[in-house]
Ligand binder design. Structure first.
Ligand code: PGA
Length: 253
């Protein structure tokens, strides 16, 4: 049985004061939820404040990105030890905005995944095809390439423990959500690929989140699909009531 996971990706939104105000309002709204993991990924400047506010609650904090090296001359980057020190238990890796706006490739994603695992944190590894790739019928090939590259060298136990977010690029921030059937098709493909490389047992344990214009109105239909184990939510996670509603409706039952 896979524990559902609902994660908020705030991207480049919220100051420390705004992030703290969200968390103060949000925690009581989800205080009774004991059958899902709930994760907030604030910008790194607010990570310590959010993690601190969540301490002792049923909500965890995540970083949105990390560098793979432990330290050094990497201006503007943060290390795994730094985000861990700030209180993160999860790290989003390879988000499509990192891939498409900042040139991250599967080799970089793989280095980051390994760094996160080596530090004992949980990576949320994002994959997904562009609209052009979907229209060219390349979705499966793109997912395979991103999985094979991003997860290269991982053991079956590591693959079982990571979290994968399927986020079709054409659905992110566009209001155009994948249909539950499209999400299920992609998730089933991903689980099949994981089974081929790591065995069925690892594939059955690995949690697969859907991301891309998830809202309170569509969260339940997406979560009803057998291979959808939760959601990674951008825009609709910026408001505490909206994200709490998604936590309420977006848990597979
Ligand atoms: P969205 O973003 O919910 O605003 O589409 C999702 C994501 O990028 O993780």
């Amino acid at each position: 049985m896979r524990t559902p996971l609902l994660a908020a990706n705030w991207k480049m939104h919220k100051t420390v004061a705004e992030a703290t105000a969200f968390t103060t309002e949000f925690l009581p709204l989800v205080a009774g939820v004991d059958d899902a993991e709930i994760v907030l990924a604030p910008p790194v400047t607010a990570l310590a404040a959010v993690a601190g506010a969540c301490r002792g609650s049923n909500v965890a904090a995540a970083a949105q990105n990390v560098h793979w090296e432990a330290r050094g001359a990497f201006t503007g980057e943060v290390s795994l030890a730094m985000v861990q020190d700030a209180g993160a238990s999860h790290v989003i890796v390879g988000h499509s905005e990192r891939r498409h706006l900042f040139g991250e490739d599967d080799v970089a994603v793989n280095r980051k995944v390994r760094a996160v695992l080596a530090g004992g944190l949980s990576p949320i590894v994002c994959i997904g095809e562009t609209l052009a790739e979907r229209e060219a019928d390349e979705t499966a090939a793109v997912l395979d390439r991103q999985l094979d590259g991003g997860l290269a060298g991982l053991t079956a136990d590591e693959i079982a423990a990571i979290i994968i977010a399927y986020e079709p690029v054409w659905a992110i921030g566009t209001g155009r959500t994948a249909t539950p059937e499209q999400a299920q098709d992609a998730h089933a493909h991903i689980r099949g690929r994981l089974a081929a490389v790591a065995g069925q047992r690892a594939a059955d344990r690995c949690r697969l989140l859907y991301g891309g214009s998830v809202k309170p109105a569509n969260a339940a239909a997406l979560a009803s699909q057998p291979d959808v184990d939760g959601a990674l939510v951008g825009g609709a996670s910026l408001d505490p009531h909206s994200f709490a509603e998604i936590v309420g409706r977006g848990r597979p039952r």
